[in-house]
Each structure stands twice: as structure tokens, then as C-alpha cells.
Design a binder for this molecule. Sequence first.
Ligand code: NDP
Length: 483
Amino acid sequence: MTNNNLTTSWGAPVGDNQNSLTAGPRGPVLIQDVHLLEKLAHFNRERVPERVVHAKGAGAHGYFEVTNDLSKYTKAAFLNSVGKRTPMFARFSTVAGELGSSDTVRDPRGFALKFYTEEGNYDLVGNNTPVFFIRDAIKFPDFIHTQKRHPQTHLKSPNAVWDFWSLSPESLHQVSILMSDRGIPATLRHMHGFGSHTFKWVNAEGQAVWVKYHFKTEQGIQNLDTELAAKLAADNPDYHTEDLFNAIDQGDFPVWKLHVQIMPLADANTYRFDPFDVTKVWSQKDYPLIEVGRMVLDRNPDNYFAEVEQATFSPGSFVPGVEASPDKMLQGRLFAYGDAHRYRVGANHNALPINCPHAAKVNNNQRDGLMRPDNNGGSSVYYEPNSYGGATESPKHQPVAFEVSGQADSVAYDEADHYSQAGDLYRLLSKDERTRLVQNIVGAMTPVDKDEIKLRQIAHFYKADPEYGQRVADGLGLYVPEV
Ligand code: NDP
């Protein structure tokens, strides 16, 4: 039988793990108890910084299987033949709460996916909503400040939330989704996922299209009513985390069907609004959903910290066949995510088992830095170009060239229409869904201390749909301001 000795972190057997080494039975404790020193020092370092957003999350492993070959649109190898399976990892999260916060709050859910493809890892870092509150990353730190705690009271601030939203009317569509029934999913299994941004797909001939991703839950959409969600938040703050783990543990594997919308490249210049604006969807009447495949989550993590907490997803982790679009929010995220990972997990976060490619090999000249768990490239060539057989570029994988034009300037997206899609959403809801939407909004806005903020927001609801604005105004005991 192999021995099962408890050891120090340097592998030496530990004689006593219950009693510190002391001078005499009463002490004091001796500094030469190096096992104690190392144990306490490691304990002090057991946390990495919590994610500024999406701190509370649950993850699972699974696979993606192609059911419809779309290689006429993308050369991405993991999508190139029916039946092909690619291992993947998914992490779902709330956005604003801290690591220990409740799962059943009203919040968008992160929907972050890592596909371990043979051409490197492809990350799709979306949400359970097809749109977002803002559409330029320059507004993100301010927006998130309003979702987090007040600097003095350390409390959440409805004033800040609604002040920001009412002054950022592009948020109206996402606010309406958030305040609707879908703002609190019944479980992480009963919600859709979206890439949210527009991306570019490129085929083997170098022809490009714009693409949006929709992951539709096969479990069906189910939501929690507000009172039950509040009760669960108090009774079992980890309700969603527990549900996902138990479902997979019991063999009830959740499945999502991936569909895409494809827009010909030239349409982006003529569509009735800017299709790169992440506060808007592309109507499915214009660009119908096309099936691609299914994602199945069938294996729980073995270790939460190693696989979920240390997981890093970046919207910039592309593989050949998938490229960025000019979406300004996406462009900001291309920087922000990698930077967050370098701060939170470390310079070599991509070398960790959960983040490193599984079906491809890293072959570059990045060396050294904090924590290289591998051999750091050994004695291999460490620069490029070189004459010693080191890694070489592959020009065929260069992203397709694209036109840019115009004057450098700070220019907003089209300001004309923040309202029609929020109105379309309101109008597609049933009578009862509308009533609950209005109740949720009235409940959330009631604590706001300035009528000026409430009136400004009521005007936005009114412009989306007069009935919507009127009902919120009635619920708040206010009037609809002149719009
Ligand atoms: P469609 O009628 O073609 O599509 C409506 C979409 O809304 C479907 O994706 C439907 O899918 C989804 N939906 C249905 N009920 C709800 C609900 N209670 N909450 C949120 N989404 C719901 O119309 P359009 O494509 O022209 O879009 C109309 C409006 O639908 C948009 O303004 C937007 O608010 C909303 N929507 C649109 C999406 C899109 O990609 N075009 C995606 C999601 C929402 P399902 O029931 O499976 O969720």
C-alpha cells in the first residue's frame, strides 16, 4: 500500500498537525515550527481577488455537437461537420453581487463558454439576454459603480441605478428584459444564452458574414416569481448553484440548442439601425435563426476553485473562422477581460489546466512571469523570426482584411431610437407578464428619492409604449411628463 502521509508543501512528512511546537507545554510557540508557518501563510493567500463583476458563479463541463454544417459561413474547425463533438466548459453567474451573494436576485446571468477546439480555445462570453444596458465600454465602469455599493453607506443604491439608467436611455431595452419575468430564471438550466455581440464569421474562401449566437434552453424557459425568489435568497442563497450541480450529478444533463443569425456583410451599411449596437437585437423576421448544434453539460467540476474560480473567459479568444466586429462594447471587452485575468489570476492564467488548450498546443515565445507550472518552454527557441526551427506564423490564418474609413472622433451610435425594441418586447408580453413587469419596476423605483429621476425614466417607458409609461407612472403615483 502506498503511504498516505500528510506532508508539508515541500513534500516532507508532518509529524503533528494538531499541536504547534511550543517551548514547554504552555508555550510560547516556536518560530521553528515551519509547518505551522507555511500552513498559516498559505491560508492567508487562499483567495484570489473576486471578479469585479460576475463574482458569483457555477460551472460545468460538457460538449458541443454540430447538428448542421455551416462551413459555408465559417471555417472554424469545431463547427465543420455534422456529429463533431468538442469538449467545453460553461460558467453561469450573476453580475452585481459578491461571491457569497444570493443566486435568486434580479440580475442578468453571465453565460460564459469555453470550447476546447483543435485550433485553440474559443471563448464566447455572453449573457442570458440578447442585449446589454450600454453600448460603449467607456460607460462600463460608471454603470457598474451604480450596480455596486454606495461608497459611504456600503448599501445598494436605487438612486444611482435609476439615475444612470434614466440618463442612459439606450439601457431601456435591457432594463425591460431585466424587470420582466426572465430577470430571475428558475434555474440556470431554464434560461437561454446569447453571444449578445455581433461577431464576424469567415469561411475557407475568405468570405465573411456577421453572426449572432442564440443558445436556446431545451429545458424550456422557467422563471421564479419575485416573492419566491426573495424567500429562496434568504433560505438558500446558493439555490441555482445547487440545482445545477445536483441535476448533473443525477444524470439530468442540461442541453441548449445553438442557433445563429447570419447577416450578409453589406447589409450592415443599410440595415435600419446600426447592427453592431449591442442594445438592439436583429429582428428574427429579417434574419431567421439557423440551427448549428447542441451544448450538453454532463460533468460537474471536481474542484470549484481550480475549475470555476480560476476559469478565465475572454471575448478575444477567437479561433480561425471567428473574428471581432466593430461593436464598441465588444472592442472594449477585447482588452478588459484579458487584463482582468492578468490581475485576478496572474500573467500565466492561460497555462492553468481549466484555461489551457486541451486539443491544441501552445507554441509561442511567452516566457517567465508569475507561476509557470510547466517547463516554461524548456530550452526551445524563444524568439521569432529565427533560424533554429522555432514556431512560425501561419499567414492563412491572418484575419480577413476589412475597410475602415471616417474621421477619428468620439461619436455616439444613432441616438434616434432607444425605444422601439423595448416597446416591441412590451407588446409581445402577455397581459399578466406586463402587469408583473410594471409591478417589478414600480417596486424597484419606489425607493428612489428624486421625482426628477422617476419622471425621466417614466418618459422612456412611455416612448417605448404609452401604456407601459402610463402604468409605471400610475404605480408610482406620478404623471407622465411631456415627452
Ligand atoms: P420575433 O417575434 O421574431 O422574436 C421574438 C423573440 O422574443 C423570440 O426570440 C422569442 O424567443 C423571444 N421572446 C418571447 N417571449 C419573450 C419574453 N417574455 N421575454 C423575452 N424574450 C421573449 O420578433 P423580433 O425578432 O422582431 O423581436 C421582437 C422583440 O423580441 C425584440 O424587440 C426583443 O425585445 C425580443 N427578443 C428578440 C430577440 C431577437 O434576437 N430578435 C431575442 C430575444 C428577445 P423565446 O420565446 O425562445 O425566447
